[in-house]
Design a protein around this ligand. Structure first.
Ligand code: 5RP
Length: 229
């Protein structure tokens, strides 16, 4: 039986095989992506290759700087060959919930820019129906907090403002917004719910990724299992 970190490492190892010399690569956020970055550093050193990276958060940007990988700002990018990111849940259709690290807005922009979005997860992230283990994070403009909460409740969601750790008050995202974590009883149509949430004025983005993932690598006992559409 593997530990969660061993599973994450298997998934990250599989993703690293997609990286080649000269690539500008999108790099998401989270603990699985951190393992991916460590493996990327090993690959760059052992194969003597050069890559640049587009980070999806300050956390990833700082980490990439620490390990000496040159970053390109997200705001400068319209298209990328590939991006690698984690997820909080993956359903059988490869629809995702993301945003556990509150980086969902930039992660969705990165996913849109990437011709191939590679998701790396441990096996605990696989679910039959989205929303089983985590709520959907929704990034909202602070000035629209009350209205967003009201409209989300009208859609049948139970919203909770995400509170910061080691700072009084709510989490403030890298974009200066709040995060509302929303539980829904059943998410049977992620695509429709994604549209409904984003149609609320003041909602900047939500953590449903219904169709963005092209490949999911799931770490498991014998290595990484490949899931494709
Ligand atoms: C951050 C994310 C992460 O990719 C997601 O939370 C998974 O993180 P981890 O690899 O630590 O489980 O969406 O906003």
């Amino acid at each position: 039986m593997l530990t969660v970190d061993e599973e994450k490492r298997f998934a990250a190892e599989a993703a690293v095989t997609h990286v080649s010399d000269g690539m500008c690569l999108g790099v998401g956020t989270g603990s699985t992506v951190e393992i991916f970055i460590d493996l990327l550093v090993e690959k760059i050193a052992s194969e003597n290759i050069t890559i640049t990276a587009v980070p999806s958060s300050y956390a990833t940007e700082l980490r990439l700087h620490d390990v000496g990988i040159t970053t390109v700002p997200l705001g400068a990018v319209t298209s990328l060959a590939c991006a690698v990111d984690g997820a909080d849940e993956v359903d059988p259709n490869l629809a995702l919930i993301k945003g556990g690290g509150a980086a969902l807005l930039r992660e969705k922009i990165l996913a849109e820019a990437a011709q191939q979005l590679i998701i790396i997860v441990d096996s605990s992230k696989l679910v039959d129906i989205l929303g089983t283990t985590v709520p959907i994070p929704v990034e909202v403009l602070p000035a629209a907090l009350a209205l967003s909460i009201d409209r989300i409740q009208r859609l049948g969601g139970s919203p909770m403002l995400r509170q910061a750790q080691r700072k009084a008050g709510p989490v403030i995202t890298d974009n200066g917004n709040f995060i509302i974590d929303v539980s829904f009883p059943q998410i049977t149509d992620p695509k429709q719910l994604d549209s409904q949430l984003n149609a609320i004025p003041g909602v900047i983005e939500n953590g449903l990724f219904p169709t963005q993932a092209d490949i999911v690598y799931v770490g498991q006992d014998k290595g990484a299992k490949l899931l494709t559409r």
